[in-house]
Design a protein around this ligand. Structure first.
Ligand code: PLP
Length: 415
């Protein structure tokens, strides 16, 4: 049986899959079963942050796998403690505590649960708990029942109602709409500093600052979903610091790039005091949350290796240099199909004028272009119907970037 036949027979058809069968990866390159080589600017959707099969990562995984892969969170896992310290001290740089999950959706569920706890700890004057979390149009927070309900996109909800209650959706980057949406039951604001799936939309500094001020005024928690944008993807360790570095959030979620391909997610909760003697982080007390796999020695060893490479090779700085290079090159092009380059660092989206893209039945303009790029040997990712996303490894070379830009330029000129 072919892989495609096995897929249609045995795998739930939840994904529209491109006809590509990947078999090998090295650095910025991916090979298919026909021996064709692709420049991989999909990286498993911003996951392979230090490229495929980086020796520091494969060695860390092999060594840890030979020593101890899994034990329970009933014990004091040293790799988990070290990873938590690294994340807090070297990346977040604000006092707080971390929980380890296996994915981004689970990390967001953890933030939502923390918001619920906070809503009980600091209830309405009537004594009723607060519970409503405000999220934003075009957001993407994941596919669990909680994170799906947090995601303000109709197509994600279709046919799954009744959704988990307790979310209110607001237009992104619209501060007055946010202010108007706050009610006595509101307890938190959850936003992506740079929306990935929703089309690579960067939050305005004034919007984040305004949201932080409203959070303070109304005693709300401010959460950042950095599942896609975090850990130097946007040039800074934390994406919001590329926009408004002085802001201090109450919670942050991550996954994707922090494991470099090994499944791991995480959320951080601030140690700030919510009243005279309680830290916010203390609300998630023993018994309140858990995960059998979360933070096991193997996943933490992998993530430690990835974060170590990102820090020691200063890949955030490299990401910013690469962004500047791409913007310089793009500014020289005369390609009306590409109307705009959005994003920060190496979370970038080329907006498309769909009217200039030949229509293909059942495909968005972004899918049409991504398919053509694939034919030319470049993997990119759609972000919504009319944005093509570039998510190269953070250690992509200038030569590889030049090649990818050449392919994009050629392709949009030969639609
Ligand atoms: C991918 C993504 C998620 C979901 O992560 P999973 O690991 O697929 O559960 C959540 N938030 C954002 C911003 C994402 O990009």
């Amino acid at each position: 049986m072919s892989t495609a036949a096995d897929f249609s027979q045995y795998v739930l058809p939840t994904y529209g899959r491109f006809p590509l069968v990947p078999v090998k990866g090295q650095g910025s390159w991916l090979w298919d079963d026909q021996g064709k080589r692709y420049l991989d600017f999909c990286t498993g959707i911003a996951v392979c942050s230090i490229g495929h099969c980086h020796p520091a990562l494969t060695t860390a995984i092999r060594d840890q796998a030979e020593t101890l892969m899994h034990c329970s969170n009933l014990y004091q896992i040293p790799q988990q403690a070290e990873l938590a310290r690294t994340i807090v001290e070297d990346h977040v740089k604000l006092p707080g505590k971390v929980f380890f999950s296996n994915s981004g959706a689970e990390a967001n569920d953890g933030l939502i649960k923390t918001a619920r706890r906070f809503g009980h700890a600091r209830a309405q004057t009537s004594g009723e708990a607060r519970y409503e979390v405000i999220t934003f149009t075009q957001s993407f927070h994941g596919r669990t029942l909680g994170s799906m309900a947090a995601t303000a996109q109709k197509k994600i909800h279709e046919g799954f109602d009744p959704l988990l209650p307790g979310f209110r959706y607001c237009p992104f980057n619209d501060l007055s709409a946010l202010e108007a949406a706050i009610s006595p039951s509101t307890v938190a604001i959850l936003l992506e500093p740079v929306q990935g799936e929703g089309g690579v939309n960067v939050a305005d500094a004034s919007f984040i600052r305004g949201a932080a001020a409203l959070a303070k005024k109304h005693d709300l928690l401010l959460f950042f979903d950095e599942v896609q944008a975090g850990f130097s993807r946007c040039g800074h360790a934390m994406a919001w610091r590329a926009i408004c570095p002085e802001i201090e959030p109450d919670g942050i979620s991550w996954a994707k790039g922090m494991g470099g391909g090994f499944p791991i997610g995480s959320f951080w909760i601030s140690d700030r005091l919510i009243d005279d003697n309680r830290a916010l982080s203390s609300l998630m007390n023993p018994g309140s949350h858990g995960s059998t796999y979360g933070g096991n020695p193997l996943a933490c060893a992998a993530s430690l290796a990835v974060l170590n490479v990102i820090s020691t090779e200063n890949l955030g700085n490299h990401a910013m240099k690469m962004e500047a290079f791409i913007r310089d090159e793009f500014a020289k092009w005369n390609t009306p199909v590409l109307t705009e380059l959005r994003g920060i660092g190496l979370l970038l989206g080329f907006a498309i004028d769909s009217s200039l893209v030949p229509a293909v039945e059942g495909k968005t303009a972004a899918q049409v272009i991504v398919t053509k790029l694939m034919d030319q040997g470049l993997l990119a990712v759609p972000a919504g119907p009319d944005v093509v996303r570039f998510l190269p490894p953070l250690n992509v070379s200038r030569e590889e970037m030049t090649k990818a830009l050449d392919i994009l330029h050629y392709t949009v000129n030969h639609l």
